[in-house]
Design a protein around this ligand. Sequence first.
Ligand SMILES: [Zn+2]
Length: 206
Amino acid sequence: MSSEDRDHDPLARLAALLGRLPGIGEKSALRLALALVRAEPEYVAKLVEAIAGVQTRLRLCEICCDLSSSEICSRCKDVRRDHKLICVVAQPQDRMALERTGIYRGLYHVLHGVLDPRANVGPADIQVGALLKRLSPAHGSEPVQEIIVATSPNLEGDSTALYLARLIAPLGVRVTRIASGVAVGGELEYADVTTLHRALEERRVL
Ligand SMILES: [Zn+2]
Protein backbone atom coordinates (compact mmCIF):
# COMPACT_ATOMS: atom_id res chain seq x y z
CA MET A 1 0.00 0.00 0.00
CA SER A 2 1.41 3.40 -0.96
CA SER A 3 1.57 6.14 1.69
CA GLU A 4 -1.17 8.02 -0.21
CA ASP A 5 -3.53 5.00 -0.01
CA ARG A 6 -2.69 4.65 3.67
CA ASP A 7 -3.70 8.26 4.33
CA HIS A 8 -7.16 7.47 2.92
CA ASP A 9 -7.56 4.21 4.82
CA PRO A 10 -8.19 4.99 8.52
CA LEU A 11 -7.31 1.46 9.66
CA ALA A 12 -4.03 1.35 7.73
CA ARG A 13 -3.15 4.85 8.93
CA LEU A 14 -3.72 3.92 12.57
CA ALA A 15 -1.78 0.66 12.18
CA ALA A 16 1.12 2.54 10.58
CA LEU A 17 1.22 5.03 13.48
CA LEU A 18 0.99 2.31 16.15
CA GLY A 19 3.72 0.37 14.36
CA ARG A 20 6.16 3.21 15.04
CA LEU A 21 6.04 2.48 18.79
CA PRO A 22 8.87 0.38 20.27
CA GLY A 23 8.20 -3.35 20.38
CA ILE A 24 5.15 -3.16 18.08
CA GLY A 25 5.61 -5.05 14.83
CA GLU A 26 3.43 -4.74 11.73
CA LYS A 27 1.13 -7.62 12.77
CA SER A 28 0.71 -6.36 16.35
CA ALA A 29 -0.02 -2.86 15.05
CA LEU A 30 -2.81 -4.19 12.83
CA ARG A 31 -4.20 -6.32 15.68
CA LEU A 32 -4.29 -3.26 17.98
CA ALA A 33 -5.89 -1.10 15.27
CA LEU A 34 -8.60 -3.74 14.70
CA ALA A 35 -9.21 -4.02 18.46
CA LEU A 36 -9.78 -0.25 18.53
CA VAL A 37 -12.28 -0.49 15.66
CA ARG A 38 -14.27 -2.99 17.73
CA ALA A 39 -13.78 -1.27 21.11
CA GLU A 40 -16.41 0.62 23.13
CA PRO A 41 -16.49 4.31 22.04
CA GLU A 42 -16.09 5.39 25.71
CA TYR A 43 -12.85 3.41 25.96
CA VAL A 44 -11.51 4.93 22.72
CA ALA A 45 -12.37 8.43 23.99
CA LYS A 46 -10.51 7.78 27.26
CA LEU A 47 -7.53 6.37 25.38
CA VAL A 48 -7.37 9.41 23.08
CA GLU A 49 -7.49 11.70 26.13
CA ALA A 50 -4.78 9.72 27.94
CA ILE A 51 -2.49 9.77 24.90
CA ALA A 52 -2.96 13.52 24.42
CA GLY A 53 -2.38 14.17 28.14
CA VAL A 54 0.82 12.19 28.45
CA GLN A 55 2.79 15.02 26.87
CA THR A 56 0.80 18.06 27.94
CA ARG A 57 0.31 16.99 31.56
CA LEU A 58 3.75 15.55 32.25
CA ARG A 59 6.96 17.47 32.81
CA LEU A 60 10.32 16.84 34.43
CA CYS A 61 10.47 17.25 38.22
CA GLU A 62 12.59 20.33 38.91
CA ILE A 63 14.69 18.40 41.42
CA CYS A 64 15.09 14.79 40.29
CA CYS A 65 14.19 15.17 36.56
CA ASP A 66 11.78 12.23 36.77
CA LEU A 67 8.48 12.50 34.91
CA SER A 68 5.97 14.32 37.06
CA SER A 69 2.55 15.96 36.80
CA SER A 70 3.66 18.79 39.12
CA GLU A 71 6.76 21.01 39.44
CA ILE A 72 8.16 18.82 42.21
CA CYS A 73 7.33 15.10 42.11
CA SER A 74 5.69 13.19 44.97
CA ARG A 75 8.92 11.35 45.81
CA CYS A 76 10.99 14.54 46.19
CA LYS A 77 8.21 15.99 48.37
CA ASP A 78 8.01 12.89 50.60
CA VAL A 79 9.53 13.78 54.00
CA ARG A 80 9.45 10.11 55.09
CA ARG A 81 12.12 9.32 52.52
CA ASP A 82 15.82 9.48 53.30
CA HIS A 83 16.88 12.75 51.63
CA LYS A 84 20.58 12.01 52.25
CA LEU A 85 20.47 9.17 49.70
CA ILE A 86 20.08 9.59 45.93
CA CYS A 87 19.81 6.67 43.54
CA VAL A 88 20.83 7.67 40.01
CA VAL A 89 19.09 5.83 37.16
CA ALA A 90 19.19 6.17 33.39
CA GLN A 91 15.45 6.20 32.64
CA PRO A 92 12.10 6.63 34.43
CA GLN A 93 11.34 2.91 33.93
CA ASP A 94 14.48 2.05 35.96
CA ARG A 95 13.22 4.20 38.82
CA MET A 96 9.86 2.44 38.58
CA ALA A 97 11.57 -0.98 38.71
CA LEU A 98 13.53 0.01 41.85
CA GLU A 99 10.46 1.53 43.45
CA ARG A 100 8.57 -1.73 42.92
CA THR A 101 11.09 -3.54 45.15
CA GLY A 102 9.80 -1.48 48.08
CA ILE A 103 13.18 -1.74 49.84
CA TYR A 104 14.71 1.55 48.73
CA ARG A 105 13.47 4.60 50.66
CA GLY A 106 15.83 7.30 49.45
CA LEU A 107 15.43 9.81 46.60
CA TYR A 108 16.14 9.32 42.90
CA HIS A 109 17.73 11.18 40.03
CA VAL A 110 16.82 10.36 36.43
CA LEU A 111 19.59 11.08 33.90
CA HIS A 112 17.43 10.43 30.79
CA GLY A 113 20.27 8.56 29.12
CA VAL A 114 23.80 7.34 29.69
CA LEU A 115 27.12 8.55 28.33
CA ASP A 116 27.70 7.00 24.92
CA PRO A 117 30.54 8.49 22.83
CA ARG A 118 29.59 6.32 19.83
CA ALA A 119 26.14 7.93 19.74
CA ASN A 120 27.59 11.37 20.59
CA VAL A 121 25.88 11.46 24.01
CA GLY A 122 28.01 13.53 26.39
CA PRO A 123 27.46 14.87 29.94
CA ALA A 124 25.61 17.93 28.59
CA ASP A 125 23.04 15.68 26.87
CA ILE A 126 21.90 13.96 30.09
CA GLN A 127 20.78 15.41 33.45
CA VAL A 128 24.22 15.56 35.10
CA GLY A 129 24.08 19.32 35.76
CA ALA A 130 20.80 18.97 37.64
CA LEU A 131 22.37 16.22 39.78
CA LEU A 132 25.36 18.40 40.69
CA LYS A 133 22.98 21.20 41.64
CA ARG A 134 21.44 18.87 44.25
CA LEU A 135 24.85 18.34 45.84
CA SER A 136 25.76 21.98 46.28
CA PRO A 137 25.59 23.03 49.96
CA ALA A 138 23.78 26.22 48.95
CA HIS A 139 20.77 24.14 47.99
CA GLY A 140 19.41 24.53 51.49
CA SER A 141 18.03 21.06 52.10
CA GLU A 142 19.66 18.19 53.98
CA PRO A 143 23.15 17.49 52.58
CA VAL A 144 23.37 14.40 50.39
CA GLN A 145 25.66 11.71 51.83
CA GLU A 146 25.53 8.98 49.21
CA ILE A 147 24.90 8.67 45.49
CA ILE A 148 24.03 5.14 44.38
CA VAL A 149 24.63 4.79 40.66
CA ALA A 150 22.13 2.26 39.34
CA THR A 151 22.80 2.44 35.61
CA SER A 152 22.69 -0.92 33.82
CA PRO A 153 25.85 -3.07 34.09
CA ASN A 154 27.04 -2.63 30.51
CA LEU A 155 29.74 -0.54 28.81
CA GLU A 156 27.73 2.72 28.76
CA GLY A 157 26.26 2.20 32.23
CA ASP A 158 29.66 1.44 33.73
CA SER A 159 31.42 4.41 32.11
CA THR A 160 28.61 6.72 33.23
CA ALA A 161 29.05 5.44 36.80
CA LEU A 162 32.82 6.03 36.67
CA TYR A 163 32.34 9.50 35.22
CA LEU A 164 29.92 10.43 38.03
CA ALA A 165 32.26 9.00 40.68
CA ARG A 166 35.19 11.11 39.41
CA LEU A 167 32.98 14.17 39.33
CA ILE A 168 31.20 13.73 42.67
CA ALA A 169 33.65 11.97 45.03
CA PRO A 170 35.89 15.11 45.31
CA LEU A 171 32.83 16.94 46.69
CA GLY A 172 32.94 14.67 49.75
CA VAL A 173 29.88 12.63 48.75
CA ARG A 174 30.15 8.82 48.81
CA VAL A 175 29.51 7.33 45.36
CA THR A 176 28.48 3.68 45.18
CA ARG A 177 27.53 1.37 42.34
CA ILE A 178 24.86 -1.33 42.48
CA ALA A 179 26.45 -4.79 42.43
CA SER A 180 27.17 -5.87 38.87
CA GLY A 181 26.97 -9.53 37.91
CA VAL A 182 23.84 -9.68 40.03
CA ALA A 183 21.51 -8.29 37.39
CA VAL A 184 21.02 -11.25 35.08
CA GLY A 185 20.76 -10.19 31.45
CA GLY A 186 21.85 -6.66 32.21
CA GLU A 187 18.83 -4.40 31.85
CA LEU A 188 17.73 -2.99 35.17
CA GLU A 189 14.11 -2.50 34.17
CA TYR A 190 13.70 -6.23 33.44
CA ALA A 191 15.41 -7.49 36.61
CA ASP A 192 13.25 -9.19 39.22
CA VAL A 193 12.72 -7.91 42.76
CA THR A 194 15.19 -10.36 44.40
CA THR A 195 17.90 -9.43 41.89
CA LEU A 196 17.38 -5.70 42.42
CA HIS A 197 17.33 -6.20 46.19
CA ARG A 198 20.71 -7.96 46.06
CA ALA A 199 22.12 -5.41 43.61
CA LEU A 200 21.26 -2.63 46.05
CA GLU A 201 22.35 -4.46 49.21
CA GLU A 202 25.70 -5.48 47.71
CA ARG A 203 26.58 -2.04 46.32
CA ARG A 204 30.24 -1.05 46.49
CA VAL A 205 32.08 2.24 46.72
CA LEU A 206 33.43 3.51 43.40
ZN1 LIG B 1 11.44 14.65 41.93
